[in-house]
Design a protein around this ligand. Sequence first.
Ligand code: CU
Length: 623
Amino acid sequence: ALTAAEIAAAVALVKSHPTFTEATRFAYIGLAEPSKAQVRAWSPGQSFARRVRLMLVSGPEADVVEVVASLATGELSVTPVLGVRPGLLFEESYAAIVAVQENAQWQEAMRKRGIEDLETVQIDPWPAGSFGVSHEEGRRICRCLFYVRHTPEDNGYAHPIEGVVAFVDMARGEVLEIMDTGVVPIPTECANYYPESVSLRDDLKPVEITQPEGPSFSVEGNLVHWQKWSLRVSMDSVEGLVLHDIGYEDQGRVRPILFRASVTEMVVPYGDPGPMHGWKNAFDAGEWGLGRMANSLALGCDCLGVIHYFDAVFSSERGHPYVVQNAICMHEEDYGILWKHNDPRSGRNEVRRSRRLVVSSIATVGNYDYGFFWYFYLDGTIQFEVKLTGILSTMAVAAGEQPEFASMVAPQLGAPFHQHLFNVRLDADVDGPSNSVYEVNTHPVPPGPDNPWSNAFAPVTTLLETETAARRVMNPATSRCWKIVNPRSENRLGIPVAYKLVPGSTPTLLANPDSSVAKRAGFATRNLWVTPYAPDERRAAGDYPNQHAGGDGLPRWTAADRSIVERDIVLWYTFGLTHVPRPEDWPVMPVEYAGFMLVPHGFFDRNPALDVPPPPGAPCHTE
Ligand code: CU
């Protein structure tokens, strides 16, 4: 991870370069990560050439300057990129809010709806998308949506102001258009979830997690050891939580599994075709930043048990480093039983407790909150889970009407149908960098002389040879999964070792292929993509999804149809959920889960958790 001193050093280098002016803002600062070969050649104590990636905007145009700063030599490589936008800047979001508040036409639209005190209006800037409207061209714009708060702490999403959208040039602080499609009465019922707003149940007895001898993990900087696992933890301002160099110790050596793992992009497309909601397609990584939006986590609330926190270091848009305390939470959890057998003949009963290491962070992006949870299990399994919670994006519905593309969640309050689709980039390193991917489908065998009872079925394993062949969707009917295989490393049965990517129940994008969002979020049209590793292929929708016309990222790269056999490969897995809101999601949504597993499949010679001892002091085994 970059340190505050490294961020300051990179900023100082940029500020001494002629490309820097008073108007320059730092839209992104992150580590320019070293290659796998460099990392593998390194040993502790050696110096390492550190490089920093920066994205600058130098004025209100839709242009970016990319910089790579070499801290050791002070060299800068400076590349202007025209016609692209970084994620929305906080400073400009604030400027957009102020511009709207001062706009007479907007004030009139509010008064027309009976709002006298304009201070009670909550203004939410949204990424504007790309729809070929004239406002978009050459500008960094947002669209603003409006809600009323009866009190400063009121849940504004209970009182959406339907019919009004502001288009704002956020870089110039200039309102371009106030769209008003007509008045719909503002829902009046308050929906607050603070303890003082609710009659609390009083029969929950305390649960306390104690680990009297401390946790079983050790931490050295950002390097974590837990049981046989080792990994490094960092935070990127766009991707949020990033894990590096994940390995598992087996017979005295650490065997690599993943070189890098993170959510590089996500999209929340809305399914209501109306003028208020049809353009809503939030790319919460590339347009806002899952790291920039990370919470400081609180003990006993966000995480329970004996916790280790990691802080995250980011830069402000003016180039000042700052720290988000407790941005990453790590702890151990009991997870029920790991394995068990009760042998009725011998009378011996053996049970082992499952335990997992949890590494998590939580990003709040506008109304929604996303928890990103990586789990490591004693048996070599890795799991990733997103916990979706927070508040629905809402709409006002006229009394007596039933919306076609939204659920009613409270009187005169609807919540449009939408999806949450995440793409995880998995830089594979299963027993080394040379990996292949196989698709596995389990099929019944037709009846015949070799299948006299018509019961036979077997997995059919197909090598995915090129990038276009590896654009895949899941199929529960065949228990479809994908194996990351190292053909040069065999287990004791002579079978190449593998990790299996096991999909959960997951949709792909429902918007039509002709739609703007299908072009911009091409990654979401398939569950699986595989690419040969390339250092500049970082994010599933490209580096600049904000207001992008589409086509960048995975669809573009994989059109080259490169070979992915026995290479350093990257898997890009899309998963998520289609959210048809329910009244129980209101006023704050109980966590919904989406994710996948990476399970060893012949990576080990036998159950790698055979050596987990019975819990001391409990009758979990009999002799
Ligand atoms: Cu949702």
